[in-house]
Design a protein around this ligand. Structure first.
Ligand code: ARG
Length: 405
């Protein structure tokens, strides 16, 4: 018998209705847990009180912002993580930090069930449930929005019937999820992928077509961790926040894409992630300077796999843990500074330097001071092309050189 349920509470219509629905269906006490992952907006104390007004026996707001920055955004930065080469995993990263907090709350409150407000069509249900299963296989999961079969109108009727303090009049036509790492906007007129995004969708970034003076920012990394901006020491969270503001003011970080969801649906998504994309650009630039060629090439493949695992809800999985160890090792020499120019929607590196640089002026220069022994190149080129030469000689004998099979 379920006696206590910990619910991931957002303060919106769906999770507010879920409190009453769970109590009605299971007779359990509902403990509401809201997470601050840097989403901003509404005062979270209001959110906390609303859960009580909706029938929760306990309600708490957890400040997970530093935790989220240090243990979720930072690994994604060091992993160069971009799903489908573009999406910096904004929502995918926040679900596991919330899952950890829910599981801890379930233990604290002696709950045997955790509930979330995701629908059955998205990735987030997978991330919650697979995450909970990986951390606490003994806990049950409830998904009232998905499993109650309530439509939006029925949810509104439920809220009205029960006098829930939810304002449903000014509801946005979009489904929005936002945190420190960025912001995701979907549904509404965006469901037609031919419809161009409009300015009102955005709140982390200014219109990049409006002319303004460029901003130049100097970012320092130590072993792949951003540690200073313009010479001032920063925490990871401060680095993200400052770049959200400064890159956002230059219109950096907007994305409009069609995305492959884990459940098999293609969906149209609009994102803005100014801080994340500026940091990712700077970090990659420093890797290009400091990471040995083969390691750098191999890491690009690992990055893609890492992003897919996290997107697919496998944050807590053996492969992800093993790839983290690889990435950690690959970051050893990623220390130094990158100068980024933020302007007109782009974050462009214009300078990079490092005490662990692999760039050797003497080897690279075409001016005086050249230390590269060009006489070595001749034999190298011959041996490098030897296998192709042998194969071509064979094919020539058979009369098929240069022709397609
Ligand atoms: N499609 C993105 C993802 O799966 C964003 C999901 C946003 N979630 C939401 N409830 N609006 O990571």
């Amino acid at each position: 018998m379920t006696e206590r349920v910990v619910l991931a509470y957002s303060g919106g219509l769906d999770t507010s209705v879920a409190i009453g629905w769970i109590a009605e269906q299971t007779g359990a006490e509902v403990v509401a847990v809201a997470a601050d992952v840097g989403q901003g907006g509404e005062d979270l104390e209001e959110v906390r009180k609303r859960a009580i007004a909706c029938g929760a026996v306990e309600s708490e707001v957890l400040d997970l912002r530093d935790e989220f920055a240090d243990r979720y955004c930072l690994p994604a930065l060091r992993a160069g993580a971009l799903y489908m080469e573009r999406y910096p995993l904004v929502s995918a990263l926040s679900r596991p930090v919330i899952v950890e907090a829910l599981v801890a709350a379930a233990r604290r409150y002696g709950a045997d069930t955790v509930a979330h407000g995701c629908t059955g069509k998205g990735n987030d249900q997978v991330r919650f449930e697979v995450g909970i299963g990986a951390l606490a296989p003994d806990l049950d999961v409830l998904a009232p929005v998905r499993d109650s079969g309530m439509t939006r109108d029925e949810s509104i009727a439920f809220a009205e019937r029960n006098g829930l303090p939810i304002d449903v009049s000014g509801r946005s036509p979009y489904s929005i999820d936002q945190n420190l790492w960025g912001r995701a906007v979907e549904t509404g007129f965006l469901e037609d992928p031919w419809n161009a995004p409009i300015e009102e969708l955005y709140s982390y970034s200014a219109d990049p077509t409006i002319a303004r003076d460029p901003d130049e920012v100097l970012i320092r990394f130590d072993a792949g961790v951003p540690t200073a901006i313009d010479g001032r020491p920063v925490t990871v969270r401060q680095a993200i926040e400052e770049l959200n503001t400064r890159a956002g003011a230059q219109g950096v970080g907007r994305l409009d894409m069609v995305e492959d969801r884990l459940v098999g649906i293609k969906s149209r998504e609009v994102y803005e992630a100014p801080g994340a994309l500026a940091l990712l650009a700077a970090h990659r630039e420093l890797e290009d300077l400091t990471v040995e060629r083969d390691l750098r090439r191999f890491k690009r493949g690992v990055e893609q796999r890492w992003a897919e695992l996290v997107y697919d809800g496998l944050w807590f999985s053996p492969l992800k843990t093993a790839l983290d160890a690889f990435i950690d090792s690959a970051q050893e020499h990623v220390s130094g500074e990158v100068r980024l120019r933020l302007h007109a929607g782009s974050a462009v590196p214009t300078g990079r330097r490092s005490d662990s640089t692999l760039y050797d002026y003497g080897l690279a220069t075409y001016d005086t001071g050249d230390t590269f022994d060009q006489s070595l190149a001749k034999g190298f080129v011959q041996l490098w092309g030897l296998p192709s030469r042998i194969a071509a000689t064979r094919d020539l004998k058979a009369g098929s050189v240069g022709s397609a099979p």
